[in-house]
Design a protein around this ligand. Sequence first.
Ligand SMILES: [Fe+2]
Ligand SMILES: [Fe+2]
Length: 264
Amino acid sequence: MASAPATILFVGDVVGGIGRRTLLGLLPVLRERHDPTFVVVNGENSAGGLGITPKIADELFAAGVDVITLGNHTYHRREIIRYLDTHKEILRPANYLRSQPGHGSCVVERDGVRLGVVNLSGNVFLNAGRAAFPEVDAALHDLRGKVDHVLVDFHAEATSEKVAMGWHLDGRVTAMVGTHTHVPTADGRVLPGGTAYITDVGMTGPRGGVIGVDREQAVRGFVTHMREPFETSDDDPWLMGVLIRATQPLRADAIEQLLLPAAR
Ligand SMILES: [Fe+2]
Ligand SMILES: [Fe+2]
C-alpha cells in the first residue's frame, strides 16, 4: 500500500477573542514541536463566543489554519453566510439541509498528501435537517479516490451518538474527533480498524468559565433560573486539541491529546 505520511493537528472549539489569542499564540510552538501537515480548527464560537465572521475566518486562514469546521452556531453571525458559499475550506455540517448556505466537506493538499475533511452534526439534542449516519456515508462516497486521509469533525452533544459514529466509521476514515461539549474526554485511542477516535476534543478558551461563559453569570443563571446575559470568560485560557499521526492512507498510527495553558 502506498504511504501517505501526515500529521493532523485538530483544535477544539475556539471560544471568543481569548480563544483566538490562545490559538494564535500557541500555533508557532505546536508547529515547531509537531510539524503538522494539516491544521484543522473548529471555529463555531470564535466570534465573541457565538459564530464566526469573515474577518476572523481570514485571520485563522492567515495563521496557517487549513480548514475551519463549525457546528450549531454556524449562522449566528449573518455576515458569514455568503463567505460560507465562496470559501471552500470553511465547513458547516454536511447533514444540514441542502438549502442551507455553505457545504460540509472539502479536500486540501499539502506535501502531496490529500486530506478530506467532513463536518457533521449530531441529531440528538441538536437541530440538523438530515441524519448524520447516512449523510456521512454519502460524504465519504463522494470523497472516494480523491483523498489519502479523511478527518471527520462530529459536532454532537450525546456521548453515545459520538461513540456509535466512531464505530460506524472505524476503518473508513483516518480520524473521527468529537466537538461541541467544550469538555475534553479521556478516551482518545486508535480503534481496531485504524481510525483515531476521541469523543470530545474540548475547547480552546477559558477553563475558568462554564464551557466558555463567565462563571459568575453562568452560575447565577443556574441559581436564579432567570435568563442572564452571557459573556465570554477570559479566565485561565487553554488550548485543547489532538494530534493524529498517520503513515498509511485512511489509517492512523496514534492520537495524542494536547491540553496546554496559553503561552504567557
Ligand atoms: Fe462550541
Ligand atoms: Fe456547538
